[in-house]
Every structure is written in structure tokens, then in C-alpha cells.
Design a protein around this ligand. Structure first.
Ligand code: AMP
Ligand code: MG
Length: 341
């Protein structure tokens, strides 16, 4: 199959492909998604094939406005309307009781469903034109870093899906925050662009699922099934060095071999690029700018796959604000191999 690259002007074509049961790469403000008609079980099952995604990892339904919530969910609590009012359209997924018309393949058989109204206007326009909720996981091959440009998505999906809509680079750069509203207190299942601090302002107490901050033991089942998989991994092994930026930079400079790859804050670029025979160095952005780090993290991880680096070392921000999401993605890319300095 030839994968068509569509522009904004061709969004009706993307909607028609979705309605007909095809697969379309869609831009969102978080990462590019791999979309199908969320009410068409056969179409959704093709997403799993194209990605090589395990069947037990459910998908998020994307809707163009909160008024579609009732098409996907039942017994919607007040907290969901509060969050929708404050955070939608935007990078927040809510886990809610599932409506009967949502196929099993979307939820991996769970009686809950993840729903999100994306902040990317073109994405909402495509869904609106398709007239159905769009089930979409991130548009990478399973296990690989998520795509934050149409080019990344082509790297992984060329020949495997019908089309990709190019909506430019993603403004947030990490996947949506996931909050489970079916338990008390609500629980953060995945950190993202809507911060834990913001959720607590809106909801009061919010717990953090242990899978956000540590490796799951064998037999442990995180509430977001996807959090148990090794994720976001470039081909070379990653070591995260956490702590005060000057100290983590010094630690990496003292331990990395010349040919190793480095992901560092902008301030420390010269320290690594001026090494003798330096391996590739990726700039994560200024140490104090976690939003910029979120935009760059997946591109940085992907970039090493075009090189022969034997190992990758990464500086890591504090877990405040969107820094929690950056730190979580880096830690997962490293299989939670983290050195605290
Ligand atoms: P992706 O879209 O690739 O970022 O993956 C979607 C994420 O949402 C995965 O981590 C899933 O495990 C999680 N997810 C989707 N639906 C549910 C649900 N009903 N309950 C818990 N987690 C979910
Ligand atoms: Mg994903």
C-alpha cells in the first residue's frame, strides 16, 4: 500500500478514508496519532496490526468536543465536566465508564474507555468531518519513540497505512496526561501536558499511579495497561542521570565513552560537542524550560537510531510541572535505569 501524504486542504479525503474503515495518521498537539473509526471494530483491529501493538493495550477515543462524551461514555461524573471545561480542547485523556457502542477491541475488553478532545484544530476538523470518534494510539511502531512530526510518522508507517495528514510539528510533544476518574480519589496514570499540579487545583486530591515513577514488578498490573511495556526506546541502551544539572553533566562527562550519544541541556552542549571524537549530542533545550524539553524529547531519542552509538546518556529535569512527563518518558526509554547524582 502507498501511504498518501495529505495537506490541510485535503482533510475531507482523510475523513472519507476514516469513514471507509481505513487508517490515517493524524496530527494532534501531543504527538501524531494512528487513527481509525472508533466504532468500527474491524478498522480498529488494523491499528494493532500496523503498529505491532499488543492486543491488551487499549486505545484512546478522540472527539471534537465534550458534547460527544455521551456517545462514548456512561455515568459521567461531575469531575469529568469540570475537567472538560477547564482543559479541553487539550492534552488530557479521561478514563470513564464505557458506553455499550464502544467495541471491545478499543478498550481491550475493559469496562472503561479513555476519551480526549485534542487541542489541534485540524485534528478536530478531521474527526468532525468523519462524524465518528477516532480511536488513535500514538503513530509509532510499538515500542518506538512517539512521532512528533509527519516525517517521524512516515519513518514508522510508510506502506502500512492509507494516509498521513501533515499538521506540522506537535506543540506539546509528549502524549496526553491520562487521569482515571473511575476511582476515588482520581488517579494520574500517565503524566503529560496537563500537569499533576493543575489536576490537583481542579479536583483536590489526585493519586499518582506507581507505574509513572517505577518499573512494575512481575505480576503487577498498572491501571493503564500500556504503562507496563518498555517504551520510547531508541535502539541503543539509555542511562538517565538525574539531579542538579551541573552535577549530572559532570557525571556524564566523567563516565560516557567518546563514541556514546548524549542528550543534554542546552547550557552543556559545548562540554559534550568539544570532546575528542565526540559521538552525537542532542540538545534537550534549556535546563529551566521543561516545555521545550517536552517538544524535543522524542526527536532526540529517534535521532540516535540514524547513528551507530553503542549507548546513550541523558540529563533529566526535576519532576515538576511538565518535567514529570519528560522525566517519565526518559525513565521509560531507559527501562528505569536511573542514576541519581
Ligand atoms: P497511546 O495512545 O499509544 O499513548 O496509548 C494509550 C494509552 O492509554 C495506553 O497507555 C493505554 O494503556 C491507556 N489507556 C487507554 N484506555 C485505557 C483505559 N480504559 N484504562 C486505562 N488506560 C487506558
Ligand atoms: Mg504510544
Amino acid at each position: 500500500m502507498k501511504t498518501q501524504l495529505l495537506t490541510e486542504k485535503e482533510m475531507e479525503r482523510a475523513a472519507a478514508i476514516l469513514r471507509a474503515g481505513g487508517l490515517v495518521g493524524i496530527p494532534t498537539e501531543t504527538v501524531y496519532g494512528l487513527g481509525a473509526n472508533g466504532f468500527d471494530a474491524e478498522a480498529v483491529s488494523r491499528i494493532f496490526l500496523a503498529k505491532g501493538r499488543p492486543q491488551d493495550n487499549p486505545l484512546i477515543l478522540h472527539i471534537p468536543s465534550a458534547t460527544w462524551l455521551e456517545r462514548c461514555c456512561r455515568d459521567i461524573p461531575e469531575s469529568a465536566w469540570t475537567l472538560a471545561g477547564a482543559c479541553w480542547p487539550g492534552p488530557l485523556t479521561m478514563i470513564l465508564p464505557r458506553a455499550p457502542q464502544v467495541p471491545d477491541v478499543v478498550t481491550a475488553g475493559l469496562d472503561t474507555v479513555g476519551v480526549r478532545c485534542p487541542g489541534h484544530a485540524l485534528c478536530r476538523a478531521v474527526i468532525e468531518a468523519a462524524g465518528v470518534p477516532v480511536a488513535a494510539p500514538s503513530g509509532n511502531l510499538s515500542g518506538r519513540p512517539s512521532p512528533t512530526t509527519a516525517g517521524h510518522m512516515r519513518e514508522d508507517m510508510e506502506g502500512r497505512i492509507d494516509a498521513i495528514v501533515d499538521g506540522g510539528p506537535c506543540a506539546v510533544g509528549v502524549e496526553s496526561t491520562i487521569v482515571d476518574l473511575t476511582c476515588t480519589p482520581p488517579r494520574l496514570l500517565r503524566p503529560g501536558g496537563i500537569t499533576l499540579e493543575r489536576l490537583r487545583e481542579l479536583l483536590g486530591q489526585v493519586e499518582v499511579d506507581p507505574a509513572v515513577v517505577r518499573l512494575m514488578d512481575e505480576g503487577e498490573h498498572p491501571r493503564a495497561p500500556g504503562m507496563k511495556y518498555r517504551h520510547y526506546a531508541p535502539r541503543a541502551p539509555v542511562t538517565v542521570v538525574a539531579g542538579q544539572p551541573e552535577r549530572s553533566a559532570a557525571y556524564i562527562a566523567g563516565h560516557a565513552r567518546a563514541e556514546d550519544g548524549v542528550i543534554c541541556f542546552a547550557e552543556f552542549l559545548p562540554l559534550f560537542t568539544e570532546r575528542m571524537g565526540a559521538g552525537p549530542v542532542m540538545d534537550l533545550g534549556p535546563a529551566g524550560d521543561t516545555a521545550e524539553q517536552a517538544r524535543r524529547i522524542f526527536d532526540a531519542l529517534r535521532a540516535f537510531d540514524h547513528t551507530a552509538v553503542p549507548a546513550i546518556w541523558a540529563q533529566c529535569p526535576d519532576a515538576c510541572g511538565i518535567g514529570l512527563a519528560v522525566s517519565n518518558r526518559l525513565s521509560k526509554a531507559a527501562g528505569f535505569h536511573i542514576i541519581q547524582v
